[in-house]
Write a protein that binds this ligand. Structure first.
Ligand code: E4P
Length: 214
């Protein structure tokens, strides 16, 4: 399973990149707002740090607007993937982008039929938001499983990108199910790394080597 970082914070992205654990980046308008810089400024900076798919989301909600914004985003760098909301106008744009060779990440997916339509439109990635489904009492992982199974049944090329990941168990389960990608907040990447026995073992080794801090 590929791991993307779900962030527009350059410090977080650089940190994860330096660890060698990420294959790409996803952003969204909320993450861009949090980073405090406009997308057109941040996107080229992210593309310099990570050599992999970088999802950048359009703001327009009509097909013509989505196409205009998406084409401009795609021109920033060959690694840019245009992130498009899962609405009718979005799917029309996805079909055109696909025909033009522009990769897409169809976002805000909350159901299997939505994911099936996104694949029909030619989406490169589908982003089911599993954490947000869990938030309202549903089972987000169940949706990931359904999409992986149905795409597999028909040999569809669209990659399942498990999004809205909240904790390490989400990552482990998404990998077991066979999601192609999971996009993780920086915090979850660090949580995956952590194990108390590693810390205890390291402390003991350092102590035995006479370099432990008192
Ligand atoms: C994915 O592409 C989305 O940007 C993201 O995973 C949404 O996560 P959230 O539900 O934690 O905001």
């Amino acid at each position: 399973m590929q791991i993307f970082i779900d962030s527009a914070d350059l410090n977080e992205i650089r940190d994860a990149q330096a660890m060698g654990v990420i294959d790409g980046v996803t952003t969204n308008p909320s993450l861009i707002a949090k980073a405090g810089k406009p997308l057109d400024q941040i996107l080229p900076e992210i593309c310099e740090v990570v050599d992999g798919p970088i999802s950048a989301e359009v703001i327009a909600t009509d097909t013509a607007g989505i196409l205009k914004e998406g084409r401009a985003l795609a021109k920033v760098h060959p690694n840019v993937v245009v992130k498009v909301p899962l609405i009718a106008d979005g799917l029309k744009a996805v079909r055109t982008f696909t025909d033009e060779g522009i990769r897409t990440n169809v976002t805000l997916c909350f159901s299997l039929p939505q994911a099936m339509l996104a694949a029909k439109a030619g989406a490169t990635y589908i982003s089911p938001f599993l954490g947000r489904i869990d938030d309202i009492g549903g089972d987000g992982m169940d949706l990931i499983e359904q999409i992986v199974e149905v795409y597999d049944n028909y040999g569809l090329d669209t990659q399942v990108l498990a999004a809205s990941i909240r904790h390490p168990l989400h990552v482990v389960q998404a990998a077991e199910i066979g999601a192609h990608v999971a996009t993780l907040p920086h915090k979850v990447i660090l949580q995956l790394l952590k194990h108390p026995l590693t810390d205890i073992g390291l402390a003991r080794f350092l102590e035995d080597a006479g370099v432990a801090k008192s």
